[in-house]
Design a binder for this molecule. Structure first.
Ligand code: SF4
Length: 355
């Protein structure tokens, strides 16, 4: 029976196979998924504790030429409601986060046809200079790729240039489902999967930090989801475990060209457990308050060990996400499922540095 075989692997701390992951998602009971994922989680993290921080996602521009059909956020160049924030506006947004006690800002924009690597570098250099007490996720792999193209730079050159400006993190955002059939259906202008990993490899080899993400709930098949996990696990092995964390969230379908329905929280939890079990080589698995609100805390019982409490993110809010500033509600929801929430510092950069 697959369950006994899978449980034996989890007991030994051995990786599970792709077919195990598929079986778990399709057939395992919620109790079994929770038990196995918690066992895998507790091997790496203190049982009964969950770490968190408060962060904002500052969307510095909504101008984008990628035209993904699942996106409610972007505006084409020259659209009357397109914007590019000034430096002072960015500073104001960061001050607002500080007023909430936040310690981390993630930047996220679009494929702006005029923003070069040097523009990003100068922005992030100014931000780090002004707020030395905060940590920043400066941009995403997807935006980095496009900006290298605009700047006529290779990924190696782009990553080295960003490092020269003091950039520390280019996160694995903009990944959604890393499968080429999915990409062709929904965002053919964005990138191809191996190109994405070429860019992320260059980022890591330049000594910058990066992370892994995934979004579920579009129209992706189980095979496409598994392709994402399988390629990611291989990449993490190739890079000797350089990605410290994995975050999965759910698609919000409102105001998008693609439309559709939201997946249920139970489906999210089932997938989160599969991710924890399959991605045995990624230490931190985070649950998404941004798209699941208090329900995200149930993810702590399905393999997650960490979460962010967001104060703003226009990208998901435009597509239907709701953000509350009553943080205690979230923390109480963690306690209600048996976890003590522990405030943490932003993760340190992985130790590996380019030679
Ligand atoms: S998801 Fe990102 S890349 Fe795609 S259209 Fe929206 S802003 Fe542009």
């Amino acid at each position: 029976m697959p369950l006994a075989e899978i449980a034996a692997r989890v007991d030994q701390g051995a990786p599970i196979d792709r077919q195990h992951a598929a079986w778990l998602f399709e057939h395992a009971s919620m109790d079994d998924l929770s038990r196995l994922a918690t066992q895998a989680r507790d091997r790496l993290h203190p049982p009964g504790e969950a770490t968190y921080l408060v962060m904002a996602i500052v969307n510095y521009t909504n101008i984008c030429v990628a035209r993904c059909d699942y996106c409610a956020f972007y505006r084409l160049p020259k659209a009357p409601d397109g914007y590019l924030l000034t430096l002072n506006q960015v500073f104001e947004r960061i001050e607002a986060l500080k007023a909430f006690g936040g310690t981390m800002v993630g930047f996220n924009g679009g494929f702006h046809p005029k923003l070069r690597i040097s523009d990003y570098g100068e922005l992030f250099q100014a931000v780090r200079g002004r707020f030395p007490d905060l940590e920043f996720y400066e941009t995403t792999v997807a935006e980095f790729m496009y900006s290298c193209k605009v700047s006529r730079m290779s990924y190696d050159e782009g990553a080295q240039a960003l490092r020269g400006y003091g950039v520390r993190w280019v996160t694995g955002g903009g990944a959604e489902v890393l499968d080429d059939a999915f990409r062709k259906r929904h965002s053919p202008l964005k990138y191809e999967v191996e190109d994405y990993y070429d860019a992320q490899r260059a980022i890591l080899q330049a000594g910058l930090g990066s992370t892994a993400t995934m979004v579920i709930g579009f129209d992706e098949t189980l095979e496409e989801r598994l392709n994402h996990l399988e390629r990611l696990r291989r990449f993490q092995d190739e890079m000797s475990g350089a990605l410290p964390s994995f975050l999965c969230w759910t698609y919000k379908p409102y105001n998008t060209e693609l439309g559709g329905h939201e997946v249920s929280t139970d489906e999210y939890l089932r997938w989160l457990a599969v991710c924890r079990l399959y991605l045995h080589n990624i230490e931190h698995v985070r649950t998404s308050v941004l798209t699941q609100n208090e329900q995200a805390m149930r993810g702590l019982c399905f393999g997650a060990n960490d979460f962010d409490i967001p104060t703003e993110d226009e990208v998901t809010q435009k597509a239907g996400a709701t953000i509350h500033h009553d943080f205690e509600r979230i923390l109480q929801a963690a306690r209600d499922v048996g976890y003590v929430p522990v405030h943490r510092s932003p993760l340190p950069l992985p130790m590996r540095r380019a030679s």
